[in-house]
Ligand binder design. Sequence first.
Ligand SMILES: *[C@@H]1O[C@H](CO)[C@@H](O)[C@H](O)[C@H]1NC(C)=O
Ligand SMILES: *[C@@H]1O[C@H](CO)[C@@H](O)[C@H](O)[C@H]1NC(C)=O
Ligand SMILES: *[C@@H]1O[C@H](CO)[C@@H](O)[C@H](O)[C@H]1NC(C)=O
Length: 439
Amino acid sequence: MQRSFVFFLVALGSWAFEKGFAEEHFVRIWPENPVVQFGGSLEINCSASIEADAIGLETAFRREIIGTGSNWKLFRLTNISDWNTNSLCYAKDSGAKTAKATITVYNFAKAPLLHTGLFLEAGTLMKVTCDAPEVSPADEATFDLWFAGKPLTFITTVMGGLASAQAEIASSSVGDHELICTVSLGPVTRTVKKTVNVFALPKPILQIGSSEAVVGQKVNITCGVEGSASPGFKMQILDAAKTLASSNVNEHFLQHAMIAQQEDNEREFICQVTLTIDGQAKERSVSKKLTVFYGPQMDDSSCPQIWTWKEGSTTTLTCSALGNPTATVQCWKDGRLYKIGKPQLIQIEHDGIYQCNATNQYGFDVRDVTIYVEPSQSIGHIIGYIVAVVAFIALVAGVVYWISYKQKIGIYRLWQQGKQQQSPQNSMEQRFLNKNATV
Ligand SMILES: *[C@@H]1O[C@H](CO)[C@@H](O)[C@H](O)[C@H]1NC(C)=O
Ligand SMILES: *[C@@H]1O[C@H](CO)[C@@H](O)[C@H](O)[C@H]1NC(C)=O
Ligand SMILES: *[C@@H]1O[C@H](CO)[C@@H](O)[C@H](O)[C@H]1NC(C)=O
């Protein structure tokens, strides 16, 4: 019991001694995270709480001691060629922990590449990429991107040995701006710059003097611009077919005057701004339609003047007119309105001359329309029938007469035969017959 208690005290004492010893002994390394160019050299200072003789450095690289103090040793490591390796400072027999330094070896990288368009329309976004090829270790590379004097936010990606940063650039200020990408690895930085031209097409504004005009009225078409503009822009006034007016370079106002004609109704006018950027024509345009009002007009195609219809047929009279607004057309005959545009059963009474009147608030146009109605039985047919009937009756009468004549001849011959054979006592009858024959 007593022996074991003594043993416990001894064990406790030795633990406390060792612990206290370990705490007052230490090892330090400096620098802790050195970055070294591939194949280069590095100085490492190991210091400790004990004499320098006991200080050592564990490393994979060739080393030499280049300085010693009372409690430190300075080592030079040469021909450093392994990526991410650890080196350890230690103090022999002190019980102190070792101190570790992680050496990052970088390769000299090629100059970064900046991928960007050289022209950017003001107010639009453009993607840019800065690539750091063959930078090693790629994930240690850090980027810094600036455009037009302002830092950009970007995302970096590492794929294989390629580190790259992607950002979007935008500017509302017209002119040349610098895009800068800096790639850093350890103490080495490489920078690449490109000039991006921010251009702006001004906003075209089209005004049609009076977007609604009456035929013959003067109409002014003006093309103007607003907003920031890159120098060198031009304006044009166009319609679907041709250019009506062109401005000089950098002019801000263009006008085209015209007299409104019937065919200008619904005509579209375009105000266009053009700027040539890098040999490419960029354009912005705006368009408007002109409304021209005019009185009704009827012609042979809209309102044919002669119609020939058959009695009993179903036909539609069509008569319309050009005009804006659309004209109302009415056709009259003998003070009565005829339903145009609707199928009608044609009767003889429809025959005649109609007066058609097309009207809108800008005037009217009048046109005579003649309708001929052919009777279903024409006079020619009726005469034909009468002639045929008369001829038939005459034929029948002729036949009847001929038959009755033939019969009379037959009776007479019989009578003649009979007379020659008769006796004289029939003299009374014969006298009568003789008398009749002589009559
Ligand atoms: C090494 O480190 C120790 C302790 O920090 C310091 O006193 C000494 O000056 C250093 N030696 C060199 C050469 O930097
Ligand atoms: C059209 O423009 C001319 C010249 O700018 C102006 O004198 C005229 O009064 C304008 N006419 C109309 C109808 O706006
Ligand atoms: C045609 O109609 C218009 C408008 O209703 C009227 O003023 C004009 O006298 C008419 N013309 C004829 C020939 O009926």
